[in-house]
Design a protein around this ligand. Sequence first.
Ligand code: DX5
Ligand code: ZN
Length: 220
Amino acid sequence: MACILAPSILAADFKELGRQIRTTEENGAAYLHFDVMDGMFVPSISFGMPVLASIQGAGSQVMDVHLMVQEPIRYIEDFKKAGADLITVHLEACEDVKATLEKIRSCGLRVGLSICPETEGGAVRDYLKEVDMILVMSVHPGFGGQKFIPESLDKIRLIRRMADEQGLSLDIEVDGGIYLSNVREVLEAGANVIVAGSAVFGGDPGKNTKDFMEILREYE
Ligand code: DX5
Ligand code: ZN
């Protein structure tokens, strides 16, 4: 199974954004992780459609859009127009989870479903067949630079086991507090898509991406 790095631009230097994005692509990051926060589902506000649209020309990575937004079904078409390839919504933020996932699919996009640290892994069991990816939050969503919650590892193992039992080759993405020092544990638990914000954009993004990719390739 391919192991993918998804640098989160929440931690990027926006004066240098285009250049920083290109350097992550050149060094092997296949995805770009785009964190949208609405000040409702999470306390913070980040950025939205216009910023996504404006970075389309910067590279050709898969645009991995993580909507930390209440009732995200309202915005799926807008994010598609702005250039999303993969949209992940939060189970906890949707009144009708199935309808929201179907909406993403009907727009021709790849479908992701995320759970917060306090949500049991078993909560996604009934949706595994409807999605391409489960995103396990390993910090409380809302801010970059937090500490990895170790219980996330059991949740990753459980979700990988549930997917295997259903015969699904599901992507499992993990987001929050991942560094070169703990990424192996996350991969060993069964994740294959790694989000890293501070660990990529703090320091030299090209070198950091390269170092992550060396480890990720060992797990393919
Ligand atoms: C947190 C976001 C993350 C964040 C990760 O709510 O979903 O994607 O940018 O940042 P780090 O890697 O710094 O923990
Ligand atoms: Zn995220």
